[in-house]
Design a protein around this ligand. Structure first.
Ligand code: B12
Ligand code: SF4
Length: 589
């Protein structure tokens, strides 16, 4: 088989999650991943596609999902035989601070002379600190690293110093840290391809589906994503992906948008192999209504399930146009709190009236499902306001989804801002000014915090209005209340509601038990007691405040378009065979 030049590794959040007894809490209840955060960045596919287009062979290895799927999966055995020119590891999300660094150590153990490259938003933020870890050789900074990575790979293969590679932090021959300027930040997303064609082909090439699966349940629920932009126009207080964070830390002055027609084509390309829902990431109205309407025109008649997120209210006219263009329309809005004061302090300036008008327009336009996300850990938010948010959900369900009337459309969720307040966010950078208190700041502090036995201690913040105990307690209480509200309105059946309630109560008990154990001063006894709790802790770790399956849309039995995927694979093989024939002809064979 042709040599692989680069292996992209995705680590679990905490490397030895299979051994550690940690109550991770409801940190991932409203995303497709488990608490291991096994989903790799969408950028893995654009990086791989870009490098392959320029002659490099790239393989994705999702170690997190492999470890999750198989308790006996041997990570050493997977890494040892790999011998690429370089390994890439994502530290995009800070919750991977522990796993990503452990993975780098393991790579160096087996391949001491193979370079290890880090990248992602958190790696960018902590690039200098990352160089303190001997297992890290390079950090490529910024949100668009396809081109810098290509240039670095050329340097690695040709044995040149990467002085000219933009966005690169590295160690030179004398061991000095070099920080090349962060100058590569393309103005649009025309240079990348986000159609997963690379993934389908690579699965065939390496006969290896297991390592490319983006998250544990993906084969049963193959949701994919299309990317509208990199960056954001907004400045939500706790978000490390805000306009300000991009400007100050990731080298991006303004968002880079995917051309509307290209975005529509990405979506149609995805439909060639997947019949699952496609999540259009980023509000399509960010680049202006004209841009959004061009997209609607280009996507008109698309019959798959398309999920869109709105960062704020919408006009009736725009929703009508959406409904006409996309018959299987699904929407997501995150009002964060029912309290306009809290929402405003968070950075979202719209009223409940505008929110409810938007919900009404969406339903009128034929929206099949509308998810609403509320959060705990916000500025000016107290225990009491959290409970009132649940009451507001009741109000919304009463107003829009009267029991038994029809299949419920409005689905509210509530979850904590956890495990971390994002580095680079306004609240992280100026905590006191916004009523936040930080417990961990550096990468190393976060890495160590991830090993705490209970998510309460992992949290890197508390607020003037709620301490960590209250954030945890209000999360569980709100979870219990919303769960029974959902059962009342028929959003979940009785059985599911009872299971969720049981898990929440179990988690509340475990928090207490762990607190008692943590107060024991004798190390050995403390560790033994924590280890003994592991089976219960593991059982309480998944889907605590809601059942993760509540996020899923109903799908038909055929989720992957197998014949089309096979065709895509075959076309790759034929293209390769033709290349071989051409080479042979040129050589005069
Ligand atoms: C889309 C998105 C998601 C999607 C992810 C889809 C996916 N597979 O990537 C979903 C909804 C699943 C998600 C989940 C989470 N997210 Co999110 N997400 C975003 C969002 C809105 C956009 C991200 C984006 O634009 N990506 C595009 C670009 C920037 O990234 P990319 O193409 O994947 O990768 C490029 C670079 O990052 C870099 N790169 C990445 N990895 C590597 C590796 C190497 C070796 C190299 C060289 C380069 C490199 O190069 C890539 C290509 O150029 C941002 C907010 C924002 N405005 O940015 C938050 C954001 C990234 N998410 C965040 C968080 C906290 C999370 C969660 C942890 C939340 C939670 N508790 O559940 C989970 C983690 C899920 C997991 N890993 O399992 C924070 C991260 C803060 C931080 N520094 O840790 C952000 C900044 C804001 C936020 N709070 O939502 N998220
Ligand atoms: S949370 Fe706010 S700032 Fe962050 S990506 Fe969403 S809209 Fe932008």
């Amino acid at each position: 088989m042709t040599k692989t030049h680069l292996v992209l590794l995705h680590a679990p959040s905490v490397y030895d999650f299979r051994k550690e007894s940690i109550l991770y809490g409801p940190v991932s209840d409203v995303v497709p991943s488990t608490t291991v955060f096994e989903m790799y960045p969408i950028g893995f596919t654009t990086l791989a596609e870009h490098l392959e287009r320029h002659g490099f062979r790239v393989r994705i290895v999702n170690l997190a999902v492999r470890m999750l799927n198989d308790a006996k999966f041997d990570v050493d055995k997977q890494i040892r035989p790999l011998c690429p020119d370089a390994f890439g590891i994502d530290l995009h999300w800070l919750p991977h601070a522990h796993g990503a660094l452990e993975m780098a150590k393991m790579v160096k153990k087996h391949h001491p002379h193979t370079p290890v490259i880090f990248g992602g938003l958190s790696a960018t933020y902590y690039h200098q600190e990352l160089m303190d870890y001997p297992a890290v050789d390079y950090v490529i900074r910024g949100d668009s690293t396809e081109e810098p990575l290509l240039q670095l790979m050329r340097c690695i293969v040709e044995g040149n110093d990467p002085h000219e590679v933009p966005n690169l932090t590295w160690r030179d021959g004398q061991g000095r840290i070099q920080i090349n300027p962060l100058t590569y930040s393309p103005e649009n997303l025309d240079h990348i391809l986000i159609d997963y064609g690379y993934v389908v082909k690579a699965v065939g090439r390496y006969r290896d589906l297991a390592n490319f699966v983006p998250f544990q349940r993906w084969l049963g629920y193959p949701i994919t994503a299309a990317l509208t932009c990199r960056g954001c126009r907004h400045n939500c207080l706790t978000c490390g992906g805000s306009a300000r964070a991009f400007r100050e830390f990731y080298g991006r002055a303004r968002p880079a948008y995917r051309a509307p027609e290209a975005l529509a084509q990405d979506i149609r390309n995805i439909q060639r192999f997947s019949k699952g829902p496609i999540f259009v990431l980023g509000d399509i109205r960010q680049a202006g209504i004209d841009h959004a309407e061009r997209f609607l025109k280009a996507i008109e008649g698309f019959d798959g399930q398309l999920m869109f997120e709105f960062f704020g209210p919408s006009s009736r006219d725009f929703l009508q146009k959406m409904g006409q263009a996309v018959p299987n329309l699904v929407l997501e809005i995150s009002p964060e709190s029912h309290s306009e004061e809290v929402r405003h302090a968070f950075g979202r300036n719209y009223s409940n009236g505008e929110l409810e008008d938007t919900i009404g327009y969406a339903l009128e336009a034929g929206c099949q499902r509308l998810d609403l996300f509320f959060m705990i850990g916000l500025p000016r938010q107290t225990y009491q306001t959290v409970m009132e948010t649940v009451d507001y959900c009741d109000h919304l369900l009463r107003r829009f989804d009267k029991r038994g009337d029809r299949t419920p459309t409005v689905h509210p969720f509530i979850s904590p801002l956890a495990p971390f307040l994002d580095p680079g966010s306004l609240a992280f950078e100026e905590p006191e000014a916004h009523g936040y208190r930080l417990f961990h700041r550096s990468l190393e502090e976060h890495r160590q915090a991830l090993l705490s036995p209970n998510w309460k201690y992992v949290l890197n913040y508390e607020t003037e209005w709620m301490n960590r105990d209250e954030i945890v307690a209000s999360t569980y209480e709100a979870g219990l209340r919303l769960n029974s509200t959902k059962a009342r309105y028929g959003l979940i059946d009785r059985q599911r509601a009872e299971a969720v309630e049981k898990r929440i109560r179990k988690a509340i008990n475990l928090v207490r038990q762990i607190d008692d154990i943590v107060s024991i001063t004798e190390d050995g006894r403390r560790s033994r007691l924590l280890a003994a709790l592991k089976p219960q802790v593991d059982a309480a770790n998944l889907s605590t405040v809601c059942d993760k399956r509540e996020l899923e849309l109903p799908l038909g039995w055929l989720k992957l378009n197998i014949p089309q995927a096979a065709l895509l694979l075959l076309s790759d093989l034929i293209a390769k065979a033709m290349k071989g024939v051409k080479r042979a002809v040129n050589k005069g064979v």
